[in-house]
Design a protein around this ligand. Structure first.
Ligand SMILES: [Zn+2]
Length: 92
């Protein structure tokens, strides 16, 4: 399956949030923690079993909330449900 990489930025202050490797096509509705390439800070959550263990996805500059932690079934994959309008992306 083909994959593409994106950087995600805050819609409010344009601050860098993360870089993500996306498989397949379609819009960015859910991102899986395992596929976040940068910052490496997120790697600590890649095997989390509870959404309460995963830190909220927010902008480090303006604190806007961009995504909601979730354990996605099937597969129990730690993920963020992205909040529409709170971010923009650029393909790498
Ligand atoms: Zn921001």
């Amino acid at each position: 399956m083909s994959s593409r990489s994106f950087s995600i930025f805050c819609s409010q202050c344009s601050g860098f949030i993360l870089t993500y490797r996306k498989e397949g096509s379609g819009s960015l509705i859910r991102i899986y923690v395992k596929q976040i390439l940068e910052p490496i800070f997120f790697k600590q959550f890649k095997n989390s079993k509870l959404k309460s263990e995963i830190s909220p996805l927010q902008c480090s500059q303006c604190k806007q909330k961009l995504g909601i932690p979730k354990i996605h079934k099937p597969g129990n994959r730690p993920a963020y449900e992205m909040i529409k309008g709170k971010f923009f992306k650029k393909e790498l």
